[in-house]
Every structure is written in C-alpha cells, then in structure tokens.
Design a protein around this ligand. Structure first.
Ligand code: PEP
Ligand code: MG
Length: 364
C-alpha cells in the first residue's frame, strides 16, 4: 500500500534509521509528487519542465514562442502567456511536497521537438500565425538537427534564448513565494541548469537566473531562499567540477546523458546492440540501467572529489535512471553522494538499497 504499513512499514523504518543517503524522486506533476511522498520521498531531485510544455493549452503559445525567430516582442508575448500556467505547475508541486526541497530543471530538449511534423498540423499552425505554409516549413526544417542529443539543447537553449530561462525562474520564484505566504510551506527552490560542460556557460546563466530571482524577491518583498546548481551530465563537467563548484550550489549527476556521452552510445538507439554485447560477453550489463563503475563511475567519483575540494559540504545527488537501481545505489553511497532521486515507485527500493549499502559498509 502507499502507506507502506505493517511489517513492511517496520522494515522501511529500520532502513531509514540505517541509511545515510537521502532518497528523492523524479516528478513533474503534483500527482507523481504526492505518490512519491507516500512512498517516503524526501524531496524532488528532478522536476523536468519539458513535459509541461506539451500541455495542449500551452503548446500553441510554446510554438509561437519558438517560431517568433525574428521578433523578440512576439516571443515575449508568447512567454507571458505561458508564465501563469508554468507558475500553477510549480504551485501544485510545491504544495504536494509540503515544504520538502524541490529541484526544478530549466528547459532541456531541442525546441524542434515541440513543433508539428504532419503537413496538416503545419498548415494549421501557419494559418494561426499568419505565415505562408512554405515559409513555415523552411523555419521548421531550419530548427531540425541531425544529432539533436548533442545539439541545441540544455543550457545552450538558455544562452540563445535567456528569456525562456527568465520566464521559468520567475515562475519558480513567484510560486514558491505564494505557497510560503498562503500555505505556510517554506519552499527552498533549487534551480537546476542542464547540460553544462563549460564553466562560463554556468557563470553566464547563474547571473541570468539570479537577476530575475532577486527582482522577483524585491517585487514581492520576500526574503525567500533559493539555490542555483547544475546537472553533471557531460564528461567535461566532471573534469572541471572544481571550477563549476565555485558557482554551483549543488550538483546532480545526470547519468543517462553521462553514460551516453562517455560510451558514445545513443541512449535512444543503444538497445539494438546492447543485447548482442551482453550475449557475446562484451558488456556484463546495460550501462544505461546499472552504473558502469569502471568508466562512468570514475567520472562520478572525480566530479564528487573535485566539487568538494572547492566546497566541502557541496550537496550532490544523482537523478539519472541509475538513482533507482539497487546496485548503482551502493556505488553512489560509497562515492559519498548526498541523495539519489528516482521515479516514485522505486522510492521504497531505493530506501532499502541505501540502508543495505550503509549496513555493508558498517560490517566492513
Ligand atoms: C540524465 O541525463 O541522466 C537526466 C536525468 O536527464 P534527462 O534524462 O532528462 O536527460
Ligand atoms: Mg540529461
């Protein structure tokens, strides 16, 4: 049951007494967030904001925002339409989490993912925006990429279009202030910037985010706290983690992208040959499911060591798929992470695995 009562509840209680790792959840909706809380989640480690952009009520504004290529004014108008909806998203999530920490990640995927593919949908959008169909097709093709996972996504989007990051930061902050004032929950939002690989990407965006966060605090006369941190999901970020930690107030390892980029395996297509690799003894496990201790794991250890060289108390989590895998959780415990974050239904397993890792360490 969601309450995890009876004998099972007792085992979970013992697990919680034993474990050192905190367990958070990956959740983008208030419903997922409250299910995870019932399963014992201690916060949200990753709130992906892209799914919210696909909502049918806001997709038209999202598309207008993307296609307003040459007009800042049109983009800002579309963003102003999205802002109140985005704010409502966060209000719902903060309320469900009742004051527990919430890490919200700024928009990550390439923008063409939000654009229509079918001719009839392109025609409808062109008519809606008063643009000729042929011109619309040209703009859409111009945004497509051959290798989108290595393309114009993550923090690169926020650098080209800071106004998207600004809108999201405003929504994150205004929602937190409102929930604090109206519901009494002391939310400390953690604003997370994806796909950092160059220190200057972070220092640039840290200023963009902080300027708006401070502006909102002033407008609302609020002294609310917030953190700005980064995903660690590009191998280069782990190699310069000491520089990154000078700005970042927390790290979260995105082991899905980190595995993809360390192996050079596409996370969307690798399934086609990983079974062969396992059958032929080339790989013992699917590295997207269970952390590759020898390779990707070393990058995690290096990121932790360098980050804490700069900030000894740096909060460090993991929010890739591996955050809910028991074998990987043992590795993250030993690497000294502060928390793991996994899907709501894996939270109880993660609590048990974290306790087992602590027990094994104590036995040694
Ligand atoms: C990751 O890369 O591990 C991650 C958590 O982000 P996403 O899966 O959304 O790319
Ligand atoms: Mg990622």
């Amino acid at each position: 049951t969601p309450e995890l009562s009876g004998h099972f509840g007792q085992i979970m209680k013992w697990s919680d007494e034993m474990r050192k790792l905190k367990v958070r959840t990956n959740a983008d909706t208030p419903n997922d967030a409250s299910v995870a809380v019932q399963f014992g989640a201690e916060g949200i480690g990753l709130c992906r904001t892209e799914h919210m952009f696909f909502d049918e009520h806001r997709l038209p504004s999202v598309r207008r925002m993307i296609l307003a290529e040459s007009s800042k004014e049109l983009r800002e108008k579309a963003l102003a339409e999205i802002l109140p909806m985005q704010k409502e998203d966060f209000i719902g999530i903060y309320k469900a989490m009742e004051g527990r920490p919430v890490t919200v990640r700024l928009l990550d995927p390439p923008l063409h993912e939000f654009l229509p593919k079918e001719t009839k949908d392109i025609e409808a959008l062109a008519a809606d925006m008063g643009i000729a169909f042929e011109d619309m097709v040209t703009v859409i093709h111009g945004l497509e990429e051959f290798n989108p996972m290595l393309g114009h996504r993550g923090c690169r989007l926020a650098i080209t279009y800071p106004e998207i990051a600004e809108m999201q930061t405003r929504a994150i902050m205004e929602a937190a202030i409102e929930v604090k004032e109206q519901d009494g929950f002391d939310v400390i939002p953690e604003i997370m910037i994806p796909l950092i690989g160059i220190n200057e990407e972070l220092t640039y965006l840290d200023k963009v985010v902080r300027n708006i966060a401070e502006l909102v605090k002033k407008e609302k006369n609020s002294d609310i706290k917030y953190l700005v941190g980064t995903m660690m999901e590009i191998p280069r970020a782990t190699l310069i983690a000491d520089q990154i930690a000078e700005t970042a107030e927390f790290f979260s390892f995105g082991t899905n992208d980190l595995t993809q980029m360390t192996y050079g395996f596409s996370r969307d297509d690798a399934g086609k040959f990983i079974t062969d690799y396992k059958d032929k003894g080339i790989l013992p496990n699917d590295p997207f499911q269970s952390i590759d201790v020898e390779g990707v794991g070393k990058l995690v250890e290096m990121g932790v060591m360098l980050g804490r060289k700069t900030k000894p108390d740096l909060k460090i989590g993991v929010c890739g798929e591996h955050g809910g895998d028991p074998k990987s959780i043992t590795f993250f415990h030993n690497a000294g992470l502060s928390y793991v974050s996994c899907s709501p239904f894996r939270v109880p397993i993660a609590r048990l695995a974290a306790a087992q890792a602590a027990l094994n360490e104590a036995k040694k």
